[in-house]
Design a protein. Structure first.
Length: 134
């Protein structure tokens, strides 16, 4: 499954594309030849709920808004802790705000950035909208 995803990415990426995989799947990074979009390379680092997981996800969110990855490979984690389930929801919000699904297999979905050019800030997901001050 990871090798099929990596093969798809090899055939469809450009030199400027980066990759974020929402699961621990190092073969996808290695075999696709794509660069990591962020310092945090997978959701496995978020299994530590609490302050550490919150800081790591905040870093992913900041980096994602600053420079959206060209491709995201998403797979729901099995039995995630509640905090990780919330992070998954936020990742799905990011995907809905500028990505199109381009490839699926039995485990993974590949999304391609369709929004504004890299380095510009996509609209934040609804739960991150600034308050109106009311």
């Amino acid at each position: 499954s990871q090798s099929r995803i990596a093969e798809y990415l090899q055939r469809h990426h450009t030199a400027a594309d980066t990759l974020f995989v929402w699961e621990y799947a190092p073969l996808i990074y290695q075999a696709s030849g794509l660069r990591n979009a962020f310092r945090i390379t997978s959701a496995v680092n978020l299994r530590d709920s609490g302050p550490v997981g919150e800081r790591l996800f905040a870093e992913i969110s900041r980096q994602w808004r600053a420079s959206p990855p060209g491709f995201v490979v998403f797979s729901k984690l099995e039995s995630p802790p509640p905090a990780v389930a919330e992070y998954e929801r936020q990742v799905l919000d990011f995907l809905a705000a500028g990505y199109s699904p381009v490839y699926y297999d039995d485990r993974y979905a590949v999304y391609r950035w369709q929004g504004t050019p890299a380095g510009t800030r996509p609209d934040p997901p609804p739960h991150e909208q600034p308050s109106s001050g009311k």
